[in-house]
Design a protein around this ligand. Structure first.
Ligand SMILES: Cc1cc2nc3c(=O)[nH]c(=O)nc-3n(C[C@H](O)[C@H](O)[C@H](O)COP(=O)(O)OP(=O)(O)OC[C@H]3O[C@@H](n4cnc5c(N)ncnc54)[C@H](O)[C@@H]3O)c2cc1C
Length: 282
């Protein structure tokens, strides 16, 4: 069990994590593939104090290195769900579970909306986790919607366990096995009555029983049901506290301006207050 779990390894999450460590508490940062961070490919940043003319990748590496030197623990993976129970938060990370006494949400912004038919078929053929649900589709036709950087590897794994995979994405499928057909499409619709029967991708229909939609991030309200929002952003007070006791939020996920300095500043407050919260409840 960790004192604090931070969801998201961007500027806000890493800033929060070092504050937690500065107060002598344990912290785990769970984050998706580094390539999914918006900073990773940003060629030049001029407006972060002390780092004129730096690439986003360099800045992110400096943040990560700092966090590691302060004893921040890291886990690569997608948090699918957070469940509060008796003062503990249970985090589903792929098919694994992590526990913490407080949580900082630093998930950035979700850059793709839900597809038609997606919500209706969640749990009835639509899945967000290949590792969790892949075995259910051995020998069956599935479509992998690749929006996250690690999606081709997930599609390869589904193929290896015996699924009949079609890969669908608007992005290049770097690392995808050559025996997996790839369809380039961005306009999608999940088809079927009670359960998934196909995926409409651009002008073609792919018959399938399962659709794995692999995004780099999840909408906050889906991660933690009951979380109060303001528009599409997480509602926070001046202490970066959300509507759920023990849950704090920082960075792009709390609203404009979407900038590194704001993310780092809010992360500092969220990490500090999360550590203070632990002192208050123990
Ligand atoms: C092209 C571009 C150029 C930019 N240029 C600048 C600039 O010059 N100056 C500036 O100040 N800002 C710039 N920005 C904005 C800046 O990148 C963001 O404001 C900043 O990265 C926000 O930090 P964050 O930590 O809140 O979120 P992010 O950096 O988005 O980090 C969130 C992390 O959380 C992970 N994550 C999300 N959901 C989950 C989940 N469920 N499970 C596990 N991990 C999850 C994501 O994969 C991501 O790594 C730019 C952005 C873009 C897209």
């Amino acid at each position: 069990m960790y004192d604090v779990a931070v969801i998201g390894g961007g500027p806000a999450g890493l800033s929060a994590a070092i504050q937690v460590r500065a107060r002598g508490r344990s912290v785990l940062v769970v984050s998706g593939d580094l390539r999914d961070n918006p900073l990773y490919k940003t060629e030049r940043i001029d407006n972060y104090l002390g780092f004129y003319d730096v690439t986003g990748g360099e800045l992110l590496e400096r943040f990560r290195s700092h966090a590691r030197q302060m004893g921040v623990e890291e886990k690569e993976g997608r948090v699918l769900n957070i469940m509060p129970m008796n003062g503990t938060f249970y985090l589903s990370v792929g098919s694994e579970m992590e526990q913490a006494r407080a949580v900082v949400l630093a998930t950035g912004v979700v850059r793709s909306a839900k597809y038609p038919g997606e919500g209706e078929h969640l749990g009835a053929g639509v899945s967000y986790c290949a590792t969790c649900d892949g075995m259910l589709y051995r020998g069956k036709e599935v479509a992998v919607v690749g929006l996250a950087a690690d999606a081709p590897q997930e599609a390869n794994w589904l193929k290896e366990i015996g699924c009949k995979v079609t890969y669908v994405s608007p992005n290049p499928a770097d690392g995808l096995r050559s025996d997996i057909p790839a369809v380039k499409a961005g306009k999608l619709e999940v088809l079927g009555e009670q359960k998934v029967e196909g995926l409409r991708a651009g002008g073609t229909t792919i018959p399938c029983e399962g659709v794995f939609i692999l995004r780099p991030s999840m909408a906050p309200a889906e991660l933690l049901p009951g979380l109060e929002l303001e528009g599409s952003y997480i509602k926070v007070d001046g202490n970066m506290a959300t509507s759920i006791p023990g849950v704090f939020a920082a960075g792009d996920c709390t609203g404009l301006p979407l900038q590194v300095s704001k993310a780092v500043g809010e992360g500092q407050v969220a990490g500090h207050r999360a550590a203070e919260y632990l002192e208050y409840i123990s």
